[in-house]
Design a protein around this ligand. Structure first.
Ligand code: ATP
Ligand code: MG
Length: 439
């Protein structure tokens, strides 16, 4: 088997070999190369110790010396070179307590998570595939290296990595590996939320976000996102829907592009439905108030998962606005844009479209036509550069003070009232007119 290595990777491997060490490209880059995909980065594994690696290359960074990793810099491009190692006992399903270096490549490959991630390659020896990673690539299977339960016990994050790789590659999870995931899901409680959130995002922005169903079926979401379990268990007995809230959400995920904010907004857009459900005398479900409550729940969930404030704000705004459907007049649409904020667009339209497409056929044409109309008004308003924010208002706070108003909360209120006048009639956005109104 012949793979093409980038020149810089060949150079690093040659340098190691000339100095009498072994060196291989390893892990994700070999997997991706075999799949015909462009690898994100090239990791190198070697028999040389970090000290020896540092002596061979003039520019290096101590990235994770205690774990054996040195970054070799070639023309500002970094390559992680890691010494063959055996991971010691994992304390608390989190970090290896200690790592031991080993002269044996096979030992290093054994500590890796999945067969498809445990292959190494260099020009001299070709592919080293001790666990039939190639076979699993061909079969489309995520399979643990060695005993699945044992491997998940060492590091419970691997539970989520398995599903994330399945979602990125469109693979299935091999039977024993999957059974172990179901058995060990509770161990994720001991993993830091940052690592969990990173895997969840990786799954969501993949080509197969519907694999989130496996997170639910295996019991993982009940640990990391119990709100999703409630969604999977909430029926929607009304003509607009075919599926449970959860299945509707899963369907909607694939209808938006692979963008972190959008996919998370889709994931959470109906998160409050289980709490908001009422059933009328005819047995029809209603979910009054779910967008607003959903925005609040999304905020709590995303804070719990330690997302940054900027993402939280964008996502929550989309969740709480996802059901806003103004009458199609310039005035009403301007009001909605003012209230939600221009930043929420055009993502909001993408979310609304996905929401419709994941519903039943009932009134679908009408819903899509309405959305097109909404979008057309939006574009017209943006192109007209109508005033939509306080910033664009023809008068500022200091103008009002100059005109004799006192500083204080009343000033802010007045500005807001003026903005509403202008939103209703953009022609009124002149200094003269607005100052006249204040008098
Ligand atoms: P990606 O495309 O997401 O970067 P990757 O396979 O390169 O995929 P990394 O997280 O960058 O994944 O890890 C590099 C390699 O290190 C993996 O291919 C795997 O061999 C090993 N590895 C990473 N994390 C773990 C883990 N938690 N347990 C065991 N092995 C791991
Ligand atoms: Mg990688």
């Amino acid at each position: 088997m012949e793979l093409t290595l980038p020149d810089k990777v060949s150079y690093i491997l040659d340098t190691l070999h000339s100095a009498g060490f072994e060196g291989y490209a390893v892990g994700g880059c070999i997997r991706d190369s075999l799949l015909g995909k462009e690898p994100k980065d090239w990791d190198i594994t070697t028999s040389a110790t970090p000290k020896e690696v540092k002596s061979l290359f003039p520019h290096t960074v101590d990235t994770g010396i205690s774990h054996g990793t040195v970054t070799v810099l070639l023309e500002r491009e970094g390559f992680e070179v890691t010494t063959y190692r055996i991971d010691g006992k994992y304390e608390d399903s989190r970090h290896p307590k200690e790592v031991t270096f080993t002269p044996n490549l096979l030992e290093d490959l054994k500590r890796r998570d999945f067969t498809i991630n445990a292959m190494a390659y260099n020009q001299k020896d070709g592919l080293v595939d001790a666990f039939d990673g190639v076979g699993d690539l061909r079969r489309g299977l995520i399979r643990c290296v060695g005993d699945a339960k044992q491997r998940f016990k060492e590091d419970a994050l691997r539970l989520m990595r398995a599903v994330r790789f399945a979602a990125q590659l469109g693979f299935s999870i091999e039977r024993e590996t999957y059974a172990a995931i179901c058995e060990m899901a509770g161990d994720l409680r001991r993993i830091s939320v940052e690592r969990i959130a990173a895997e969840l995002v990786g799954l969501l922005v993949s080509d197969y976000p519907e694999k989130i169903r496996a997170l639910y079926e295996s019991g993982i979401t009940s640990v990391i996102l119990p709100e999703f379990d409630a969604m999977m268990q909430t029926e929607q007995k009304n003509p607009h829907h075919l599926y449970t809230v959860g299945e509707h959400t899963i369907a909607a995920l694939s209808f938006v592009e692979k963008d972190k904010i959008l996919r998370l907004a889709v994931l959470l857009h109906d998160v409050a439905k289980p709490l908001c459900e009422t059933v009328d005398e005819e047995g029809v479900s209603h979910f009054h108030g779910h967008p607003e409550l959903g925005g609040e729940m999304a905020k709590r969930i995303l804070r719990r998962l330690k997302f940054d404030n900027c993402s939280i704000q964008s996502i929550c705004r989309l969740v709480s606005a996802h059901d806003d459907n103004p009458p199609l007049t310039e005035r009403s649409v301007r009001r909605v844009i003012m209230r939600i904020g221009t930043d929420a667009f055009p993502a909001l339209f993408a979310l609304k479209r996905a929401d419709i497409l994941a519903q039943s056929n009932y009134q679908r044409q009408e819903k899509l036509e309405y959305l097109d109309g909404f979008q057309m008004y939006y574009r017209k308003i943006i192109e007209a550069k109508d005033c939509l924010t306080l910033k664009e208002l023809a008068v500022s706070g200091s103008d009002l003070i100059q005109a004799g108003m006192a500083e204080g909360p009343a000033l802010g209120e007045t500005l807001k009232e003026l903005l509403e006048l202008v939103i209703d009639d953009p022609k009124k956005n002149t200094k003269e007119y607005l100052l006249e109104q204040v008098k």
